[in-house]
Design a protein around this ligand. Structure first.
Ligand code: 5RP
Length: 223
């Protein structure tokens, strides 16, 4: 399985004593499972979502968990992504965890991103909307502002398992924005100038990240 190959490769980078940021998503769940097999995984773990926290507890790593405020650094962060360009601009947030992911990924000494080859794209977004986390009270105002200024459509992400909008781990809503054309990296900062925007899924500031890609044959290479 490709996610397992990626997780094993990333686990080789984890050394005793490290403080490790854990991203979110199914690839990171697999990384957590593989990490739990290390003997002993003498590390501290900072999860970026309730989902990852639960995965770590279920894998037996609960004692190693720390909130971000309880550590003074992140040595390495391991995360997934939805789309990655050759220039190492990432689109994230299909799982809705991009705010905490960005805080941890940008703070990390080393950032490692795990993706399957199908996620490599020319421009973002190619197949996914650009997620924008917003203060709930402001959601419609922000959606309108994004559409008027940048075009496309911005829809409130709704929850398929309950009535109403998806609520993030931070108590916010998410807009899924389908721009009319590819976005450029500068939009990461520009979107945040709209009052009510908390964070977006555009990650353009870690061009130094190590991107580990799993090809269809299961071989893992660095972009
Ligand atoms: C969550 C994310 C995830 O990293 C991204 O959606 C990739 O997830 P998966 O590993 O399940 O494909 O950004 O907010």
């Amino acid at each position: 399985m490709l996610k397992t190959a990626l997780a094993r490769e990333a686990a080789r980078l984890i050394k005793s004593g490290m403080i490790v940021g854990l991203g979110s998503g199914t690839t990171i769940r697999e990384f957590v499972r593989v990490l739990a097999e290390l003997d002993p995984p003498d590390v501290l773990l900072v999860p970026t979502s309730i989902d990852t926290e639960m995965a770590a507890i279920e894998a037996g790593l609960g004692d190693a968990l720390r909130p971000l405020w309880a550590v003074d650094r992140i040595d390495i962060a391991v995360d997934g992504a939805d789309e990655v360009t050759q220039e190492k601009v990432l689109l994230k947030g299909r799982g809705g965890a991009m705010l905490r992911e960005k805080v941890v990924d940008y703070a990390a000494g080393t950032l490692v991103i795990l993706v399957e080859g199908r996620k490599l794209v020319k421009h973002i977004p190619e197949r996914n909307p650009v997620p924008i986390e917003v203060v709930p009270w402001a959601w419609r105002h922000v959606a309108r502002a994004v559409e008027v200024k940048y075009g496309g459509t911005a829809r409130l992400r709704r929850d398929s398992a309950k009535l109403g909008p998806v609520i993030t781990d931070n108590g916010n809503f998410i807009l899924d924005w389908h721009p009319a054309s590819p976005v450029n990296a500068a939009l990461e900062d520009e979107l945040k100038l709209i009052p009510g925007v908390v964070e977006s899924g555009i990650f353009s500031k870690r061009r130094d990240a190590t991107i580990l890609v799993a090809g269809e044959d299961g071989r893992v290479y660095a972009l």
